[in-house]
Design a protein around this ligand. Sequence first.
Ligand SMILES: [Zn+2]
Ligand SMILES: [Zn+2]
Ligand SMILES: [Zn+2]
Length: 259
Amino acid sequence: MRVTVLGCGTSAGVPQIGCDCAVCRSPDPRNKRLRCSILVETMGQRILFDTGPDLRQQCLGAGISRLDALVFTHAHADHLHGLDDIRAINNVIGRPLPAHAHTDVLQRIQERFPYAFGGGQDGRGGFWRPEIEPRPFTGDGPFTIGPALLLPLAHGHGRSRVWGFRIGNFAYSTDADRLDEAYLEALAGVEVWLVDALRDKPHPSHAHLDRTLGWIDRVRPRQAWLTHMNHEVDYATWQARLPAGVTPAHDGLVIELED
Ligand SMILES: [Zn+2]
Ligand SMILES: [Zn+2]
Ligand SMILES: [Zn+2]
């Protein structure tokens, strides 16, 4: 399995428009964070998690032109509003793209992007609108994408519910401020965990660093990577402070692990 971090920034991205703080002005490329998204390649499947506003740049940067499926964590703008760029993928693969999401999330997507649900083909084999094929999951158990098995896990995010995923020995939990016992138990034995840590100070809808470190202490993955970081996080400062086996992610990070 190969996981590519396409973006590990919070909703505003880093640098943030109009900010001249030290991190926003930092020349360190690890302090440039696009909106959160990952590509998971496993068992012959290329699966994109979320379609944020930086999707076009992320696909060009990582050389992504073909996908087998989309998976959505939730329907916030920073995870969804690049959906139009899926049209380019539709044109490469010549068909609608299966989109796996919880029923409620699919409904929110359909409210905002009704034109992405059917009717995107121009009659000559091309797509003039993005077209996704809804594949709802209920959250009661795992679902499959080809031979790959994905276990969806619900966590809290302010007033919202967001879906994390376990795929083999990898887990992804972005936009999280509350994980319950069952969630932590479901992650037992994961080798690599990519998990939300917004900043040092507490926040109403994201875990701050201490809370995330508490979760990591419970799950004890071989390696934890932090994501959804805002402009208060200087990469080198956090890297120097974090315990062994915990590292801030950076855009372009590639994680390899067994399927
Ligand atoms: Zn987010
Ligand atoms: Zn800033
Ligand atoms: Zn969110």
